[in-house]
Design a protein. Structure first.
Length: 461
């Protein structure tokens, strides 16, 4: 007789082996890295914007699974929708029918961008980008895609070709023939478009790496240039979309911007079922799917599955009923205002930027000799170590999860669940202020940890 599967019993029996299992069977560098920076925690449960460890300690999540957990963890409405769709025993993924949930979710998504007409559902942000790249190339008959320096659009081969970080690209050539242009540089964009082979420009309205926002007027001017040269504008809203910046889409902060293709994912999942979506104009989809012979020319085996569609519909319902976008705008403004007040107070803080609940805190070279010598020591070993020195005490002493905004960057990015409230924001501000006070006063524990990071960086090098 086959033994019945018991997930709870399996976790109870072997859950304590989690780090050893990863080291042996998965990415062996992950547990090594977590132990080095003191992040090898064991979280027992999570709800909303909070975790609890095995001792019952509460942690505030300011990372949201890299923006996946827009509604926090285990939102009851999303949970119920998933229970309901499983209990319905639908005939899912027959591949040769037209189930209602994908059409309903597409209809709801398109209502937030009325200039767009159709949706393709995949399983991730990088798939959404891959779809946009393929559709842009086919629709225009051109091959080259322009992307911005420091961009991050994913790690599969097509999206990696428009990734502005060499550390991700190194060793994976040859990639697609694409070209980087500086974010905000209209002259360079115009020169590239003059060559006549550009299919599209793909751009994050606010770049995830470093939290750099497109300059005012750039997206509108770029759109006009692209249309003049019969090229497309692709907005990558995988991280910025669904309310994170205080608008449903970040491109909506600038009047008159109407991208030809928009990529979303992350928060649309409700934190449960991976999903990606590429929204586009009618003529693009009709050109790609131009005949019955081409009906499957672009598809995804798990795309449009019932669980993902139900989660997406529930997410959009919660966003409307609980006014999630307005909350992101209000709490984000409170966070940014209070953080900006600290720039003049602490010389190690160089800048605070971003919109809504996507905020970057950048650290820079201090003025005073005492702090400058310590800063220089860290920079000589590896750029980005000071930001990591701030992240670690936020977790270890204050039980707040954050992370740096990218490799070799002195920037912490705050991308918490969009449901956080003012008390959560104030908790972060109080903890961050204490960490900065410690750093400026020469706090031994923090700078001692910096020395540990320096030794580790030298060893890795």
């Amino acid at each position: 007789m086959t033994k019945e599967f018991d997930l709870g019993a399996l976790l109870a029996e072997r859950g304590a082996e989690r780090y050893e299992l990863h080291a042996k069977h998965l990415n062996h560098q992950l547990p090594r890295m977590l132990r080095t920076i003191g992040f090898d925690k064991v979280y027992e449960r999570a709800e909303g914007a909070h975790f609890w460890d095995t001792d019952g300690n509460d942690y505030l999540d300011m990372l949201a699974g890299f923006a996946v957990m827009g509604l926090g963890r285990h939102h009851p409405v999303v949970r119920k929708a998933l229970h309901d769709v499983l209990d319905a025993s639908l005939a899912d993924l027959t591949r040769f029918d037209c189930p209602p949930l994908p059409g309903l979710l597409a209809e709801r998504l398109l209502s937030y961008s009325p200039h767009l007409d159709r949706v393709f559902f995949g399983n991730s942000g990088t798939e959404a980008v891959e779809t946009a790249l393929k559709f842009a190339r086919y629709a225009t008959g051109r091959q080259r895609i322009l992307y911005c320096t420091h961009a991050f659009h994913g790690l599969t081969t097509g999206s990696l070709s428009v990734n502005g970080e060499s550390g991700f690209r190194d060793g994976f050539a040859p990639l697609l023939p694409d070209t980087a242009v500086p974010l905000g540089d209209l002259d360079t964009l115009a020169r590239e478009l003059m060559k006549g082979d550009v299919a599209a420009l793909i751009v994050e309205p606010i770049q995830g790496k470093g939290v750099h926002e497109a300059p005012p007027g750039y997206l509108r001017a770029a759109q006009e240039l692209l249309r003049r040269h019969k090229a497309l504008l692709i907005a990558d809203e995988v991280q910025t979309g669904l309310g994170r910046t205080g608008k449903f889409y970040a491109y909506q902060h600038e009047d008159g911007v109407e991208p030809d293709l928009v990529c979303v994912a992350k928060a649309l999942s409700g934190g449960y079922v991976p999903v990606g979506a590429t929204l586009g104009k009618e003529w693009i989809f009709k050109k790609v799917y131009s005949s019955m012979d081409r009906v499957l020319v672009h598809s995804a085996s798990f795309g449009s599955n019932a669980q993902a569609m139900a989660a997406g519909l529930a997410v959009l319902s919660v966003m409307e009923n609980e006014e999630i976008v307005a909350n992101a705008a209000a709490v984000g403004e409170r966070l940014k205002t209070r953080l900006t007040e600290l720039v003049d107070r602490y010389e190690l803080i160089a800048d605070v930027r971003g919109r809504g609940l996507m905020i970057g805190i950048e650290f820079g070279r201090p003025r005073s000799l005492r702090l400058r010598s310590r800063w220089t020591m860290l920079q000589a070993a590896r750029k980005g170590l000071f930001a990591q020195m701030v992240v670690v005490p936020l977790l270890q002493r204050h039980r707040i999860l954050t992370q740096v905004s990218g490799d070799h960057l002195e920037v912490i990015k705050l991308i918490p669940p969009l449901i956080i409230d003012t008390s959560d924001a104030d908790r972060f501000i109080d903890a961050f202020t204490e960490v900065m006070e410690d750093a400026h006063n020469g706090g031994g524990l923090m700078w001692d940890f910096g020395k540990t990071l320096v030794r580790q960086a030298v060893a890795n090098h």
